[in-house]
Design a protein around this ligand. Structure first.
Ligand code: ZN
Length: 143
């Protein structure tokens, strides 16, 4: 299963990551699932980071209200809520232990590495069925 980002959402996530640097940014990814199970993301919904500023560089938090807002938007736009993206300022685009402990099943987790203020690699992961680890999910730019 591959996570496709269209050109606009790819650019928007990268732009968010650079704007938010040196803090982590995060948001929802909305889109469609095709017959083979690949996910096509064509809209993002940025989330205001709820954490205190001193913790913002290594934590992100999504409230139940954020989830409700994203689900409403998905229904309105006739899209599915398929995943969550966040940035890793000056860290590789791989999940941390914190990310694993806070991950939910089903969702794709896209992680953008932002190195010295410049958007770098973006990878995506999905929780394994036993919820003990992340499985790598390829990211491709669509269109
Ligand atoms: Zn992370």
């Amino acid at each position: 299963m591959i996570l496709y980002l269209n050109a606009e959402t790819n650019a928007a996530i990268r732009n968010e990551g650079e704007k938010g640097y040196p803090y982590e940014i995060c948001g929802f990814m909305l889109g469609e699932t095709d017959v083979s199970g690949d996910r096509l993301i064509n809209e993002i919904l940025p989330i205001a980071n709820a954490r205190e500023s001193e913790a913002r560089h290594n934590r992100f938090e999504i409230s139940p209200q954020d989830f409700m807002r994203a689900e409403k938007r998905a229904i309105t736009a006739k899209l599915e809520l398929l995943g969550i993206y966040h940035s890793h300022p000056d860290h590789p685009a791989y999940p941390s232990q914190f990310d694993l402990e806070h991950a939910l099943p089903f969702y794709s987790y896209a992680i953008l590495s932002v190195i010295k203020g410049k958007a770098d690699t973006i990878n995506a992961f999905i929780l394994s069925e036993d919820r003990l680890r992340f499985e790598f999910q390829g990211v491709k730019i669509w269109r």
